[in-house]
Ligand binder design. Structure first.
Ligand SMILES: Nc1ncnc2c1ncn2[C@@H]1O[C@H](COP(=O)(O)OP(=O)(O)OP(=O)(O)O)[C@@H](O)[C@H]1O
Ligand SMILES: [Mg+2]
Length: 376
């Protein structure tokens, strides 16, 4: 969706030259939530500004859906990209509704449709439209203004949204709430987000990919769990903070502890066959698939004994189960395992089984992670 190639920005002030962004390369996929993080002055805002051409790159290239952005019409480009700027930047002489509707209006969206959308957005962030749509920015708190800044970027339903520390000035509870909302929205609508923050906790919570910068370069880009597991160097380690480097069930995906390539059997398999195959594989579980080889459920050795006693011959009567995916967190998997199911099936996007995780496997995985972390 978005590619930065050798992107460089040199600012000149008087005779001084300052390299704000120094030849960075980055690929952002459709639907990805990418977070730029790093100390003040490392080039985060400059990078965002170059993406929608608020700053012209000194050299290098930006590809948006494979088209170099320097060939695109700047005005159109900016309307297609949602941008939440670092200092909010609401227009003081326009009402809240008018601020949110700037781009939809430019795009000639019908007035009643626009207004309905604005009201829906305000409700989404817990601001009563009847109270707020007619107010002016100065009549809002800093946190409320920040929410409006976010809504304004969402209003035109852009595929790509750039956000520069959008939640910086919020209290922790409101920030938490807005983080959940933005993540939910991004996943539901499959939006691509490039988001700047100073806050590592925010990055770990929201990002599919974290890009850690220093002095205009990218020091490491990796998924949160990858970065925690393998920090590229001491700078990364220090930035993450030692306390976060211990195992994090909240963000570690279940794929880290899953049993892959599980024994898989079609529903019509006889109980005798299943038993003998489980013995051969030394497995206490078998994944049951339907006629299209999609995940149906899981059967345990105990359940097979029970079925036999009930006079069943095949797996047809085993109830289906809701599977999880490889990116489900260990924490969410643990919740499901604690609430009755002894083992969970893991599927890919096509609903094909790729693994399973049992209570024992999950505990073993956790113990291993803790041991590894304390050995370092
Ligand atoms: N218009 C400008 N002219 C000259 N130098 C600039 C200009 N804008 C930014 N810089 C410099 O470029 C560097 C990168 O700035 P940038 O705003 O991208 O940092 P940042 O990572 O967003 O920092 P912060 O976290 O404080 O927002 C800084 O050293 C800054 O002083
Ligand atoms: Mg900045």
């Amino acid at each position: 969706m978005l590619k930065l190639k050798n992107l460089t920005k040199v600012y000149h002030s008087g005779d001084e030259e300052h390299v704000a962004v120094d030849g960075i390369n980055l690929e952002v996929k459709q639907g990805e939530f990418v977070i730029l993080i790093g100390p003040s002055g490392c080039g985060k805002t400059t990078t965002l500004k170059m993406i929608n051409y608020l700053e012209k790159p000194t050299s290098g290239e930006i590809l948006l859906n494979n088209t170099p952005t320097q060939h695109l019409n700047v005005v159109k480009l900016r309307r297609e990209i949602g941008y939440v700027i670092q200092d909010i930047g609401l227009f003081p002489h326009l009402t809240i509704a008018a601020n949110i509707e700037i781009v939809p209006k430019l795009k000639k969206m019908a007035k009643n449709k626009r207004r309905a959308r604005t009201r829906e957005l305000l409700e989404m962030v817990g601001m009563d439209p009847n109270i707020y749509e007619g107010r002016y920015p100065a009549e809002l708190s800093g946190g409320q203004q920040q929410r409006i800044g976010v809504l304004r970027a969402l209003a035109a339903e852009p595929d790509l949204i750039l956000m520069d520390e959008p939640f910086g000035a919020l209290d922790p509870i409101t920030r938490d709430q807005l983080q959940e909302e933005i993540k939910d929205l991004q996943q539901r609508l499959n939006k691509t987000v490039v988001f700047v923050t100073h806050d590592m906790d925010e990055a770990l919570k929201l990002a599919d990919k974290i890009v850690l910068m220093r002095d205009g370069i990218i020091v490491q880009d990796a998924s949160p769990s990858e970065m925690l597991k393998n920090p590229a160097n001491d700078y990364v380690r220090e930035f993450i903070g030692e306390d976060r480097l211990s195992p994090q069930p909240d963000i570690t995906p279940v794929s880290d502890v899953m049993v892959s390539e599980p024994l898989t059997v079609p529903r019509e398999t006889s109980l005798r066959d299943v038993m003998s195959r489980m013995k051969k594989r030394k497995s206490d579980f078998a994944v049951i698939v339907d006629d299209s080889r999609n995940f149906h459920g899981i059967v345990t050795a105990n359940e097979i004994q029970l079925l036999k006693r009930q006079g069943e011959n095949s797996l047809e009567s085993v109830r289906g189960q809701e599977p999880i995916t490889a990116s489900t967190t260990i924490r969410d998997a643990a919740h499901r395992l604690a609430n009755g199911t002894p083992v969970l099936g893991i599927v890919n996007k096509k609903q094909r089984p790729i693994g399973l995780v049992s209570r024992v496997a999950l505990l073993r995985g956790l113990v291993e992670m803790w041991d590894e972390a304390s050995a370092e």
